[in-house]
Design a protein around this ligand. Structure first.
Ligand code: GCU
Length: 835
């Protein structure tokens, strides 16, 4: 071959390699991409066959997964055999079998679902043993090995034993039979459609594989607000197909059930859990379920909560209800996860002693010891409801004779709904490491839920996950780190947030050090950033709590029965939950914790407004006043959100174009929405407290031109509700089908400027916008997102940036809005700024 031809070929190969390396990815493979691994240190000696000594369905999945992973990452075809004595093999075996073949190995006690990975090298031959405590352990060990290969770890001295922290490692899906998902932000259900289980369960099986890869062993597939029909015979037959799809991956199916089922579908005259007929109905239902689904995991129960019927209807306790179900499941090995999210949502807000945060402890603590051993109380990590910041639920430290599992939320209901980046592992870590002093000192939550303290039989973690049919499962490609991180923590709560973020990034985006560094840093900062432009000092997320739980809607939390109050007036803010003068909630903690929260001197700043009512001028430990802290953190938070965009932009060309563009789009949106949050909260607090921002930023926006003060053609000014979600409380809307326009003249110095148009993107239709400079079309965009509101408010306010463009004094900028469907092409303002 001539030199030029050779060079041309080389170039072609390089281009091919690059294109292949960065080829488009939808995110569907999540952390199981098995992308080719360069410089694989283990490649040289890794064995050339797989010996499968466990013939269970689950172990067979392990073997084919190992083949698949090695093929993808190392380009190797590795056959599977069951000839035990091969000296050059991956050996997949349970601990009981292993003792037959490797009697000289002494596998220490491995605990349920655990595994041991052990590399042996003799006479130039190598063996990698994947020894599982059971078949699931074999599968988990295989995935763990593949994870190590993907991260280019040196395996030559591999000798790792892992035992999961607790037996319950479940996800809950809040999917409805019609295919919708309550608080799901990534498309429709992978399980249901139009009242039936989907015919094609490929995605459901893929989901089980993903879950198994990180040690999840149970999945509850239907909404906790359970459809009455779930337990009907025809529905159970369909649900059995989901269990079939899960089974190869060791994921057991669980179901949410309504306590009223004996009446609604059993046609009994009562659902009183202590009525013998009712108990008999549950027993025969359980028998029917197990005849269809022999490995059925159990029931999740939401009762006497947010409109769900429960035992209180008959004056019975949650223990009466839970035990009736537990006794029906017990002969089959099933368990009941009874949720403690039980509270009165018609609380009297005028009563200074009323407090929703007290409810779970007040109801369940007196029942400790009255639950059967196959009942687990499923306790949300905080006493309210997955807010941006909450204290640890005192109930987690209050039970001595009842098993408990902690419920967290992967689906970002109150934390940005996967439109905002919010990596929740650091939050969960704080909770897991928090010492509740339940058994004097040294009882972090992670030990309590693992059943280590007080030696309770069961325990673990459950996450509301709500993945959907969106290709990348959760919508935001970076949000999958929450699902991954939850599972890793449920397995090993001692892993650090940094380790988890790094590991996830390597598996999801590859090992390029800059990519790993940048994404890890973004993830680790993101919860704090989100918190700083939303709910300050433990006051709650300050979102629209009566509707979407998404955009700002500050007063929606106040003066209603839902009890998410923060009691702000012109003098002060915060819930007084002290024992001395407040609701007494703090008294639910053990002494050292209670003492810390009770005193203003020791109460941490980030929970101040959860625990105390204080004047806006109260000094924090940081030395700043409450009000100035609110202003400053919100400005800082919005800046930090903008910085996330810049950080991501440094990765252009280092991650595939598809995910790069998708993440960039979401981060850019987030940066705009962070400004909406910032302004809503700062202006609301400035007005309510009557105290101005000492830095003069709040309410002063140089370069911002209000739409209502532009020259309008067809557009009409409207008041926006709540007022703080639009600049100046007003915006303009277009009700003319032919479209409207708003124009203004640029007054600043000549130069290059960006123009940020703040518009409202309603979910009722698609409006279109065009931006003209001196009559020349410069930009056009569609308001085609599906944000969670049909109104012009904090949910729909969206920023679109044009430019930078060269502007000179007197230039005319005109924005045309064309309504579409019910979207009135609302416009709030345009901000002109130098980049
Ligand atoms: C939140 C959420 C509801 C859900 C409830 C629960 O309140 O908004 O959609 O049903 O939690 O956990 O039961």
């Amino acid at each position: 071959m001539t030199a030029p031809r050779f060079l041309r070929l080389l170039c072609l190969l390089l281009v091919f390699a690059l294109v292949h390396h960065l080829s488009a990815e939808s995110g569907q493979a999540a952390w199981l991409r098995y992308a080719p691994v360069e410089n694989q240190p283990a490649d040289v000696w890794l064995p050339h066959s797989i010996v499968l000594l466990d013939h269970s369905l689950v172990a067979q999945s392990a073997a084919s997964e190992l083949q698949r992973g090695l093929r993808g990452m190392l380009g190797r075809e590795v056959p599977v055999t069951d000839v035990p004595r091969s000296e050059d093999a991956f050996v997949l075996v349970t601990v009981t079998e292993a003792q037959k073949y490797f009697p000289w190995l002494t596998p220490a006690s491995m605990g349920g679902d655990g595994f041991w990975l052990k590399a042996l090298r003799q006479r130039g031959r190598s063996q990698v043993l994947i020894i599982g405590a059971n078949s699931r352990g074999v599968l988990y060990g295989t995935f763990a090995l593949l994870r190590r290969i993907a991260q280019q770890q040196d395996l030559s001295h591999l000798d790792d034993r892992e035992v999961p922290s607790a037996p319950i490692r479940w996800v809950d899906q809040w999917d409805n039979p019609d295919g919708s998902i309550e608080r799901g932000y990534a498309g429709r259900s992978v399980f249901f459609n139009q009242g039936h289980v989907r015919t094609d369960l490929t995605r459901a099986a893929e989901y089980a594989r993903l879950l198994a890869s990180v040690g999840i062993n149970g999945c509850n597939v239907n909404n906790v607000n359970a459809a009455p029909d779930v337990l009907s015979s025809s529905s159970l037959r369909e649900l059995a197909r989901i269990a079939d799809a899960f089974r190869p991956w060791g994921v057991r199916l669980a179901l949410s059930v309504s306590m009223a089922s004996p009446q609604t579908i059993g046609h009994l005259s009562t659902f009183d859990p202590l009525d013998p007929q009712v108990a008999a109905w549950w027993r025969s239902k359980a028998d029917e379920i197990y005849s269809l689904i022999p490995d059925f995991a159990g029931f999740t129960v939401k009762a006497d909560s947010e409109g769900q019927l429960g035992p209180s209807h008959y004056g019975r306790s949650p223990a009466d209800a839970a035990n009736t179900l537990a006794r029906a499941l017990r002969p089959h090995g099933g368990i009941v996860l009874y949720r403690t999210f039980v509270y009165n949502h018609h609380l009297d807000w005028r009563d200074p002693k009323a407090d929703r945060a007290r409810a779970a402890y007040d109801i369940f603590h007196p029942l400790d010891g009255r639950f059967d051993s196959n009942v687990v109380l499923q306790i949300k990590h905080g006493p309210i409801d997955f807010q941006t910041r909450e204290p640890v639920s005192p109930l987690l430290g209050a039970l001595e004779h009842t098993s408990e599992a902690m419920e967290v939320q992967v689906t970002q209901e109150y934390t940005g709904q996967q439109r905002h980046l919010c990596f929740l592992v650091p939050m969960w870590k704080e909770v897991l490491d928090f010492d509740l002093h339940a058994d004097r000192a040294g009882t972090p939550v992670k030990d309590l839920i693992a059943g280590k303290t007080f030696h309770r039989p069961l325990g673990g973690m459950v996450a509301v996950a709500n993945v959907g049919l969106d290709p990348n499962w959760l919508g935001h490609p970076l949000a999958m780190a929450n699902l991954y991180g939850f599972a890793r923590l449920a397995w090993d709560p001692d892993l650090s947030a940094q380790q988890i973020a790094e590991e996830w990034t390597r598996l999801t985006f590859g090992n390029d050090p800059q990519v790993v560094r940048t994404i890890t840093a973004m993830q680790l900062a993101s919860w704090h950033i989100y918190e700083s432009y939303t709910g300050p000092l433990g006051a709650g997320t300050m979102t629209d709590i009566l509707g979407s739980h998404y955009g700002p809607g500050i007063e929606s939390a106040e003066r209603n029965g839902w009890g998410q109050w923060f009691r702000a007036d012109h003098q002060g803010i915060g819930m007084d939950r002290t024992v001395a003068t407040g609701t007494g909630y703090i008294g639910q903690y053990h002494r050292p914790v209670a003492a810390m929260y009770e005193s203003l001197k020791t109460c941490p700043d980030n929970l101040l407004l959860f625990m105390h009512h204080v004047p806006y001028t109260e000094k924090l430990h940081s030395g700043q006043t409450v009000i100035q802290h609110i202003f400053d953190t919100h400005y800082q938070g919005a800046e930090d959100a903008a910085h996330l965009v810049q950080q991501w932009q440094t990765l252009k060309g280092r991650v595939d174009e598809e995910r790069y563009a998708e993440v960039l789009k979401r981060l850019t949106y987030q940066a705009g929405h962070a400004i909406v949050w910032r302004d809503a909260i700062c202006e609301w607090f400035q007005r309510t407290s009557g105290i101005a921002d000492e830095k003069g930023r709040v309410g002063h926006h140089p370069g911002r031109i209000e739409a209502e003060s532009m020259q309008l053609d067809g557009y009409t000014p409207v008041n926006v509700t709540p007022w703080e979600t639009a600049s100046g409380g007003k915006a303009v809307a277009c009700n003319r089908t032919s479209g409207c326009s708003a124009s203004f003249q640029f007054q600043g110095n000549a130069g290059r400027y960006a123009l940020a148009a703040q518009y409202f993107d309603l979910n009722t239709g698609v409006a279109h916008f065009r931006l003209y400079l001196n009559g020349k079309l410069m930009d056009a965009w569609a308001a085609d997102d599906t944000l969670p509101s049909s109104k012009m408010d904090g949910n729909t306010s969206t920023r679109h940036i044009t430019g930078p463009l060269p502007l000179a004094p007197g230039d005319t900028i005109r924005i045309e809005g064309l309504p579409g469907g019910g979207d009135v092409a609302g416009l709030d303002d345009v901000e002109v700024y130098r980049e």
